[in-house]
Write a protein that binds this ligand. Structure first.
Ligand code: HEC
Ligand code: HEC
Length: 351
């Protein structure tokens, strides 16, 4: 009896110590418990990806004004760069280059994300530094390597243009302001959702929309755990994750730049180093090259890198092919037409 109480106390103290002071394994931080792959996979049992619905309730006049602004280099300092210079809607909403090229050829070592479905993202930019689409607009307009302009310059130019003055007056009682310009552009971006991919048709109940290989690819996407990060309607865009959850992606890089720091640039928290907003995989077959650093030229490359660094495993060739095939089924429709690349661009994305 004499010994039982001290032993009990020691045991209790040890348990408390372990619970409170034992360092958490990286996985517990990296992978949130949002979705776990079900033990037995059936095509119906995933639940964590939902089809894209077309947005209702947008104001058509504001969308049209936003579209005009989006395509107009008037927003850049020397009238040469528009949003569409880098986010080309006919090229999957990107520039198809590893890096961003802006005003006067200014290069930023960061890949241009697509604008399609950006309204589904919980935050904007690779590091999530803008909370809304409206807030995001300030970035490109004033960035010296993108449009290199200022708001006062943009507003005075638009106010000197009678067509814009009328269009703004028709939609906004305040006329031309930073808020109304940003709102119109964001309203247009909210119209850039791409519903009705064959995968979404499948999710909505058309079991013949995907072929047997694509369904296999979908099962792998879930059972391997891709879906833990690429989930929700956007299949991404709703959380931050480390690039290199299982293996150090940046270990052998001697050319690290600020962009590689990811979310750390916003929070200055060590934990956020190399963490990025998980990108949406919608229309991913059209948006090569891949990753924040544009380092993966093809979907196959991207899948291999993901398997190695995010899952810590090597996939068989067949598994990779199935995953790539599944990712190709994520291409949706814009204005009632399936998105595609011009023939000259097909090859790189199709490999
Ligand atoms: C010079 C090329 C360039 C121009 C011009 C440009 N962007 Fe971007 N855009 C980028 C790059 C690069 C990023 C990613 C930057 C980052 O994450 O730090 C980005 C990010 C975005 C995002 C966030 C998407 C996401 O998934 O996080 C949106 C939305 C966007 N741009 C819309 C616009 C709009 C609207 C305009 C015009 C007002 C515009 N861009 C002009 C290069 C450009
Ligand atoms: C631990 C979270 C996580 C897991 C698991 C994961 N990914 Fe990713 N994925 C990311 C992040 C973060 C990025 C962006 C990395 C970067 O740009 O540096 C990304 C990027 C991608 C991209 C490039 C998208 C683009 O537009 O650049 C593809 C394709 C992709 N993942 C597919 C997959 C597939 C397929 C799997 C499963 C084999 C998978 N991912 C597993 C987090 C994850």
């Amino acid at each position: 009896m004499k010994f039982i109480i001290p032993i009990g106390l020691i045991a209790a103290a040890t348990i408390i110590l372990v619970i409170f002071f034992f360092p958490k394994s990286p996985e517990t931080k990296i992978i949130p418990s949002v979705t776990r792959a079900p033990a037995k996979i059936t095509a119906e049992s995933y639940g964590s990806i939902s089809p894209i619905r077309s947005v209702d309730g947008l104001d058509p006049a504001k969308v049209a004004l936003g579209e005009q602004l989006y395509n107009d280099p008037i927003l850049s300092d020397n009238n040469t760069v528009s949003c569409a210079t880098c986010h080309i809607l006919d090229l999957g909403g990107t520039n198809q280059l590893p890096m961003s090229v802006g005003i006067n050829g200014g290069v930023q070592k960061i890949n241009v994300p697509t604008v399609f479905n950006s309204s589904l993202n919980f935050k904007q930019f690779w590091d999530g530094r803008a909370d809304t689409l409206e807030e995001q607009i300030d970035g490109p307009i004033t960035n010296p390597l993108e449009m290199g302009s200022t708001w006062s310059e943009v507003i005075s130019r638009l106010e000197a243009n009678s067509e814009y003055v009328k269009l703004f007056a028709d939609s906004y009682s305040e006329g031309v302001t930073q808020t109304t310009i940003s709102h119109a552009l964001a309203e247009f971006e909210r119209s850039l959702t791409t519903p009705d991919s064959t995968f979404d048709q499948y999710l909505k109940g058309d079991k013949d929309a995907l072929n047997a290989d694509e369904i296999e690819g979908y099962k792998l996407f879930t059972s391997l755990g891709c879906v833990r990060c690429h989930q929700g309607t956007g299949m991404g865009g709703n959380m931050f994750q480390r690039m290199g959850a299982k293996n150090d992606y940046f270990a052998n890089r001697d050319d690290l730049n600020t962009h590689d720091m990811g979310r750390f640039n916003v929070t200055a928290d060590e934990f956020d180093k190399h963490r990025f907003k998980v990108p949406s995989l919608r229309n991913v077959a059209l948006t090569a090259p891949y990753f924040h650093d544009g380092s993966a030229a093809t979907l196959l490359d991207a899948v291999q890198v993901m398997a190695k660094y995010q899952l810590g495993r090597r996939l068989q060739d067949r598994e990779q092919e199935l995953l790539v095939g599944f990712l190709r089924s994520l291409t949706g429709e814009y204005k009632g037409k399936k998105l595609s690349l011009p023939n000259t661009k097909q090859t790189s994305a199709q490999q």
